[in-house]
Write a protein that binds this ligand. Structure first.
Ligand SMILES: Nc1ncnc2c1ncn2[C@@H]1O[C@H](COP(=O)(O)OP(=O)(O)O)[C@@H](O)[C@H]1O
Ligand SMILES: [Mg+2]
Length: 369
């Protein structure tokens, strides 16, 4: 059996390399086309298409990363080498994230069950609930309906208990769209003040192995306008958090690279604010990663509740690091990723960016007979 597994791995590896190569080529072709178009339309004052071409070849970056997020046109090669691009990070995830883990973390219903001890709000998975319990839920509390596989704050609907609604139609819709209902959570007053219409959460990115966990970065996210979600892709603003102290180190940023000293709606100053109960947040992350010991990278959305307790909103098994963690500080994550990887995982995850590096996870999963 062992020999059979070994020979399967030998056959499978060249296939993985070929597939990685094809993906890389497709990514680069797409990024190049986008950049040619954007240079033509936007006529930017900085950078040039030839410089972008060099950066694309070496760092696999998109036009948005080059022009706005990391301002590659402004920095030298040493600094460029420190940023990790979206395409590179996806490559690392492909080689480290086990499907059995992402099936739990990225499925909101599964995650609510697995992390039950770390969730304080009421919830109901509609496809498995009776019409009566659904009615009792939506008539007794204000809640959010979320698609189980949703991301970026998309597809989330607010249901106010006092609103007129056709309950039968709503129930059918929630079942059809595989939705989970969650009681509307509240934050501690200091966080709520930034934008009371939305839940303003903390995103922490961790690298972990079993009980060993290290924070790679953290940001505080605030909703804007009428939005009840704080995701940057839904217009939200985010600022970097000092991992030691919980202080906001930067002004607010949006996904286009625009900065805000004050929250655009409430005018609450952003930089210098200290996240309350930061030590508890750090401990909480260790508790979360120990629930799923095979997890490698994760992005946790956390809420500091009115009584100072911490609650999990959701986890992500392949979190976005490009915009949030690197852009506000204009500091690349690669040195941190290298050090934390060696310390926690026992290897340098940056090595996995190469198309020649083996995809250990896939090899193991596919070849476990
Ligand atoms: N139970 C809740 N109560 C109030 N706001 C919530 C709740 N759950 C999520 N939110 C808001 O919606 C945002 C997106 O929710 P999340 O569950 O993280 O979904 P997504 O995968 O789309 O990011 C959160 O960051 C938060 O601002
Ligand atoms: Mg989220």
């Amino acid at each position: 059996m062992k020999e059979l597994k070994e020979s399967l791995k030998k056959v499978y590896w060249p296939y993985c390399v070929y597939r990685e190569f094809a993906r890389l080529k497709a990514d680069k072709r797409q990024f190049w086309q986008d950049a040619v178009f954007s240079f033509k339309v936007e006529k930017p004052k900085h950078g040039s298409l030839s410089d972008y071409k060099r950066a694309l070849a070496k760092h696999r970056i998109t036009y948005r990363e080059y022009m706005y997020l990391y301002e590659y046109w402004r920095i030298d090669e040493k600094q460029r080498n420190e940023f990790i691009s979206e395409s590179e990070m996806r490559c690392i995830y492909r080689k480290t994230v086990k499907k059995s883990i992402s099936r739990i973390i990225d499925n909101k219903y599964q995650a609510l069950m697995v992390f039950g001890k770390h969730v304080r709000r009421r919830w109901l998975y509609v496809p498995k609930a009776s019409f009566e319990s659904f009615c009792e839920f939506v008539n007794s509390i204000d809640c959010l309906a979320k698609p189980v596989y949703g991301s970026l704050g998309r597809g989330i609907v607010k249901i106010n208990r006092n609103d007129e609604k056709d309950l039968m139609e709503l129930y059918a819709n929630c079942c059809e769209n595989n939705m989970v209902l969650e009681e509307c959570a509240r934050s501690i007053k200091d966080l709520e003040e930034f934008h009371p219409q939305s839940l303003n959460t903390i995103r922490v990115m961790t690298v972990s192995k079993g009980r060993d966990c290290k924070m790679l970065g953290a940001l505080f996210r605030m909703g804007v306008g009428d939005s009840f979600v704080d995701n940057s892709s839904s217009g939200g603003v985010f600022a970097s958090i000092d991992l030691e102290t919980g202080e906001l180190l930067t002004d607010g940023h949006d996904k286009y690279g625009k900065t805000y000293k004050l929250h655009p709606d409430t005018a609450k100053p952003i930089k210098g604010f200290v996240i309350p109960y930061w030590e508890k947040v750090k401990e909480f992350c260790g508790e979360l990663t120990s629930v799923v010991p095979e997890l490698v990278f994760a992005g946790w959305d956390l809420n500091v509740c009115p009584d100072g307790e911490i609650e999990l909103i959701e986890g992500n098994s392949a979190p976005n690091v490009y915009g949030g963690l690197q852009a506000p500080l204009k500091k690349g994550l690669k040195p941190m990723l290298n050090a934390a990887g060696k310390e926690i995982l026992g290897y340098d995850p940056l090595k996995l960016i190469s198309i020649w590096s083996k995809s250990y996870v896939e090899l193991e999963e596919r070849c476990s007979l």
